[in-house]
Design a binder for this molecule. Sequence first.
Ligand code: ADP
Ligand code: TRP
Length: 324
Amino acid sequence: MSRVLSGTQPTHEYLHLGNYFGALRQYVTLQERYDEALYFIADYHSMTTLRDAKVRREYTHNVALDYLAAGVDPEHSLVFRQSDVPAVCELTWLLSTVTPMGMLERAHAYKDKIAKGQPADHGLFAYPVLMASDILIYDSDAVPVGQDQKQHLEMTRDMAQRFNQTYDSEALKLPEPYILEDVAVVPGTDGGKMSKSTGNVIPMFASQKQIKKAVMGIVTDSTPVEDPKDVTAVVFQLWSLFATKDEREDMKQRAAAGGVGYGDVKKDILKRLLDYFGPMRERREDYLKRPDDVEDILQRGAARARTIAEPVLARCREAAGFQP
Ligand code: ADP
Ligand code: TRP
């Protein structure tokens, strides 16, 4: 039985182009290539940054809507909340006991917080262990994510290996990351990595007005229209997300020749983006009107996910000397 799995934290109102091209689009293409696909909402992980219960509930529902809108098919894939599979927390503990402090001290989220002189809690420190548990508890084979999650995937493999070695077992299966090189890091409107926490995002399903504002705000230099342009500039990178290979080649030549205005490229991004996400937006509106159906999908997904998780946990318990 082959399985693909991934998750996204419900920490903001809408997912953005980085989430979509870096990960969510791959959720959709991979759901048909594997026997089973599991896509969950990492609500436990969101506790490390979001402390408002009402907002968490709302954003969790929004991520479910964004998944379904993007084409995650509930007939093909399990969509569920991380917190509806409690076995994940138990495996987190088992993994904690084979995870060296040094490994966690090198994890980005924790390291960045400490570097900024901000106080960190145990949840943030242990974040990669919970993530490893999310992956390992379903015997996952492939994990589609953006580049920023690569380190967490390496740690996951490391923890699985340590657990297996410590208990001389094959209780845990080692997963492979699935990272598409050309969209591994989608740039934000300011040129840095597009990220919810830095306010440089282009949200997929915000109002057209908000999307327009974000697109028009993409940073550009002051090269005059008639001069040659550098196609590696952010504005061209974002445009490329919506262009075919031939269109990209053509743009490369036109940009090098001069005469391409940044304003026109931005307008074209906006048009292509609205066309691209248009049908998804309609699907989202439809699900938005049916919250009970969405809840039903989440419950069904969790019920099946629990039946996958339980035997894996039993294997680990047995390996470590507990009653399976
Ligand atoms: P954010 O970084 O905005 O908080 P998340 O951490 O919730 O987003 O990421 C959810 C998924 O989207 C992960 O697989 C992550 O790797 C991917 N992702 C997020 N931002 C980008 C980006 N700018 N480029 C590529 N993938 C991204
Ligand atoms: N840490 C991931 C992120 O911030 C979210 C996540 C939690 C995840 N558990 C996971 C992703 C398991 C893939 C697999 O994007």
